[in-house]
Each structure stands twice: as structure tokens, then as C-alpha cells.
Design a protein around this ligand. Structure first.
Ligand code: ZN
Length: 339
């Protein structure tokens, strides 16, 4: 989906999602310039909250791709968060929000502007931004996924009950919380509360399911899913030889082996646009090599950039894993899950 880069802070691109801009226009339409300014202050606060997470995450070597602003809030898109840094990374955001709450509230004691009036209630700018920051910080400290507090809770209890169980607990609390919010939302006919409840429910289940797959994938190794029937070609074979081999064996990719060493990889895609008298060594690409004990999580990562990987052990080619092998494994796991 479409988003626009508006700034770069601490080397992290800040992007506005198109729905965020649409909401900004709606706010201006309904609440005028006062609502517009309040909204900008609130979302600057959200950016600072995300930067709080990002600042600590960077110290743990986490790569942050970008901070994306959606109408429902901000999202710092990070690599996998290291378990030892989770507590500090998670709590940094709410701490920033609470500090901002104090700062804006403090300013409002000395100076403030009544910029927005809805019905009979007026909203002074700094005081409103201060209170909203307090709420943002405290709401995010609720010990439930997908809020920051869910991560805090997991970090605190996982050494006692284990990482998977801790995730399950924080997800379950998130789901109960969403039911309570949904109940209140329906009774008070508050559409925003209902939407937040659905968002929390989805986020809470998502977190647990992702971890569950991760744990399952962790137990599956390259040696369990590789094909051992390997037909190798020589770098001095011609493309014509390879085509004949493809008709015979029906495999789409072949390792290129010279004197017992794997030196390249050649596949159907490599031969579609070349002369059949060309030699394999002129069209082959470097092989992507993995170890026998690499798990499925890492394999998924590797296979994303190449069609097939070669499994090597002590300099010996032991097997081959293609995208098709991976897809088959994922399908079978899905089946196992149903049973
Ligand atoms: Zn946060």
C-alpha cells in the first residue's frame, strides 16, 4: 500500500500511510484548523514514542526499516527483537509518552491555547496533548499483546514459565481485554472502541500464532526436507546436454560439479534465452549453500532470494532444496496442524 516519506530521524525513514493523510483531511473538515493542529501534535508524540523503542533497539543491533504512521498509531518496523533486549525496547516507548505527558502538562500550567471546541467543551492544546500522551503511555503498559506491556510482561515472566508459555499468557490477556472493550463498545455504541477491540484481538492472536510457527519451524532441519537424488552437470557440458538431461530427469535445477566440488548452479530459467551450444560454465550462477542443520526459519529466508539451495556437509554435496520442496513442507505442516 502507498505511503510517503516525510523525514529521516536517527537514520530511520518516517513514512505517512495514505489513509493517515485521508484522516488528516477528515479531521480538518470536521474540527477545523484547531483539530488539525491537535492531530499533528498527537502524531508527533506517536513518532517520538516509536523513536523511543527504536533508539534502544538500535543499541541491541536491531535494524529498523522505517516508522510507519497509520491512523490507528505508529509502527516501528524492526528485524527480530533479541530476547535479552525485549524489556528495555518495549518499555522505552511508554516511558517517552509519559515524559511527554509531564512536559506538555507542565507547559499548560503556564501557557495554553484553547484551539478546539467540540459541543460545549473546549480543549486547550498543551493540556490535551499532555493528557493524551499519559493515556498513550498507560494504555500501552497494559500487560497484554499487542501492546508494549505484553512484551514487558513476557520479558519479565519468560525465564520462569518459558518463552512460548509467556507469549500465550500475554496473548490470552489481550484477547480477554478485547472482549471487555468490545462489550463496552457495543453497550455505549462507541465505534472507535469496537474497532480498537477488534484490532487488539487480531494482534493478540497473531503474536502467538507467529511464535508457534516459529517454534515448529525451528525443529525442522534442512536434512529433513532435502532431496538426496542429485543429478550433477559438468561446467563443460553444453546447454543442449542440459536440455536432454531435463527431459530425462524432469528436475528444474542442477548443481554444477567439477572434480567433486560444487562450483555453480544452473536452472531452467538460465537456458530459456541462450544459444544451445553455449557451455554451462558461461551461464551458471554461484550456488547458495546451507548446512544440514539449518532450520526452516532460516531456510525460508535463504530461499526467498534464490530458487534452490544446496546442502553441504564437510565439503560434500548432500542434497538440494528447491522452493517446491519448501512449499510442499509448508503444506504438509498445515495438514498436520488440522489433524
Ligand atoms: Zn510502543
Amino acid at each position: 500500500m502507498q505511503s510517503f516519506k516525510i523525514a529521516k530521524i536517527m537514520n530511520i525513514p518516517i513514512e505517512l500511510h495514505i489513509t493517515f493523510i485521508l484522516l488528516l483531511i477528515l479531521v480538518y473538515y470536521f474540527w477545523g484548523i484547531g483539530g488539525f493542529i491537535l492531530y499533528i501534535f498527537l502524531f508527533a508524540s506517536v513518532v517520538l514514542h516509536e523513536l523511543g523503542h527504536s533508539y534502544i533497539a538500535k543499541k541491541y543491533g536491531v535494524h529498523i526499516e522505517k516508522i510507519l504512521l497509520l491512523p490507528i498509531g505508529g509502527m516501528a518496523m524492526m528485524d527480530k527483537i533479541p530476547k535479552e533486549g525485549e524489556f528495555k525496547i518495549a518499555i522505552a516507548g511508554p516511558i517517552v509518552s509519559i515524559i511527554l505527558g509531564f512536559i506538555f502538562y507542565g507547559i499548560s500550567i503556564f501557557v495554553d491555547f484553547n484551539i478546539l471546541k467540540i459541543g460545549t467543551i473546549t480543549y486547550p492544546l498543551f493540556m490535551t496533548v499532555g493528557v493524551l500522551n499519559f493515556m498513550l503511555g498507560l494504555f500501552n503498559l497494559l500487560p497484554a499483546f499487542p501492546m508494549d506491556g505484553g512484551r514487558v510482561l513476557r520479558a519479565l515472566i519468560s525465564h520462569k514459565v518459558g518463552y512460548l508459555k509467556a507469549t500465550k499468557i500475554a496473548s490470552t490477556i489481550g484477547q480477554y481485554l478485547s472482549f471487555i472493550m468490545l462489550g463496552f463498545g457495543i453497550i455505549s455504541l462507541n465505534i472507535i472502541l469496537i474497532l480498537i477491540a477488534l484490532f487488539i484481538y487480531y494482534g493478540a492472536s497473531q503474536e502467538y500464532n507467529a511464535l508457534l510457527s516459529y517454534e515448529v519451524f525451528n525443529k525442522i532441519k534442512a536434512k529433513d526436507i532435502m532431496s538426496k537424488d542429485i543429478v550433477a552437470v559438468s561446467p563443460d557440458d553444453s546447454v543442449k546436454d542440459l536440455i536432454n538431461l531435463m527431459f530425462k530427469y524432469k528436475y528444474m535445477g542442477y548443481p554444477v560439479v567439477k572434480d567433486g566440488n560444487l562450483i555453480g548452479s544452473v536452472s531452467f530459467d538460465d537456458i530459456t534465452k541462450v544459444n544451445e551450444n553455449m557451455l554451462i560454465k558461461d551461464i551458471m550462477s554461484p550456488p547458495v549453500v546451507v548446512s544440514k542443520n539449518m532450520d526452516l526459519n532460516d531456510l525460508l529466508h535463504k530461499i526467498n532470494n534464490s530458487e534452490r539451495v544446496y546442502v553441504m556437509e564437510n565439503n560434500k554435496l548432500e542434497g538440494l532444496i528447491s522452493k517446491t520442496d519448501i512449499i510442499r513442507t509448508l503444506k504438509l505442516l498445515g495438514l498436520k496442524h488440522k489433524i
